[in-house]
Write a protein that binds this ligand. Sequence first.
Ligand code: ARG
Length: 457
Amino acid sequence: MKLWGGRFTSAADAAADHFHSSISFDKRLYRQDIAVSAAHAEMLGRQGIIPLRDAEEICRALEEILSDIESGRLAIDESAEDIHTFIEKILTERAGEAGKRLHTGRSRNDQVATDMRMYVKEEAEAIESELKTLAATFLALAKEHTDTIMPGYTHMQRAQPVTLAHHLLAYVEMFKRDLRRLAAAREAADVMPLGACALAATSYPLDREFTRVKLGFGAAAANSLDAVSDRDFCGDLLYAFAMIMMHISRLCEELVLWSSQEFQFVEISDSYATGSSIMPQKKNPDMAELMRGKTGRVYGGLIGLLTVMKGLPLTYNTDMQEDKEAVFDAIDTVKMCLPVLNGMMASLRLNAETMSEAADGGFTNATDVADWLVKKGVAFRDAHEITGRLVLRCIAGGKTLEELSIEEYRAESEVFNADIYGAISARQCVEARTVDCGPARANTERLIAQCEEYLWK
Ligand code: ARG
């Protein structure tokens, strides 16, 4: 059945029909579509635009259609053009004449935009909650590891000692920003297009305030042309997802590195790793790799949508039907990744000893040697030079900075005395970093408390 058959004399080409149909993917909007139709019908009845009993009949039949789809009694027919067409067809079969009055004062253009916005709002909220669960796991791990020393890296070279808690809390900051971006996408979606109809609104006395409240929108679109042609909210959502995936991907990259024999900082639980079909010793970090890989398809969704939209004249164009697969696939991907990542993190074995040994190597305390000299009055640039020479001595003698004798220290600068040893243990280096964004224990505990408040407020 076509909703627009009147003007046509020949049937659609089968391949063209299949090519054009969106029901295989937009069928997931059935709940939103039914809710939108019910609110619209009720409003039409209240406004006297259609007879009240027709509105009631429509609502009754829609309720029945919803429960029949949910129970599996009514299968969604994939030969329909889209979910809107399918539901209207079934409605008309079940509610007769009344059903045929539903599409008064609306168009699929405002309808599909309203459905999508409701769907995006719901899914963004569900993903926010998954992200909060993940952040909570990071916070729990951080609490356990405020004293676990590890090397911090720049250029993938050991740089300065930090704590594992400090490292994990960096990700919590990313997740907090992700939550703000998701909330912004939800806010962008929280504007109701209904009433815009095809593009130019309508002459029926619609009560948009009624449908807005009924459907739980914060606002109603101000301009009918924008209402049907705006997909910014999809872009906002996909951008928020792209950023989430970028963060997850960086973490996964670290998990891949850290679980290698070369690092041995972590061991991924057997439940989140796989073996090799040929090499019996292998335990591969596949989940982490796959999340790193799936980041690409989510980016693809964002770029795809931006590209679809960039050349479109106002208002609705069928190109916009392409918004759905990008958004749906990205939602599915992010929704799949977050719980797997959460489980993988919660079951991760963190090897505190290897981390702390790594922090003790690589001269990660060299800055602290230089800082010690600065505190004794040496200019930083000179202190840097002196410490550099000490590091050269260490490399030549196969020693760490802690292992150099006081004579060796004093050979480079008379300023050194035995106090230097108390200032350069990795733990001391961490504890000395009391600047409020640094890894000292008191900061870490304060930041954990702040994050908990932020996440659960
Ligand atoms: N399946 C369409 C979409 O997803 C619904 C809107 C159709 N509107 C139209 N004028 N053909 O965009």
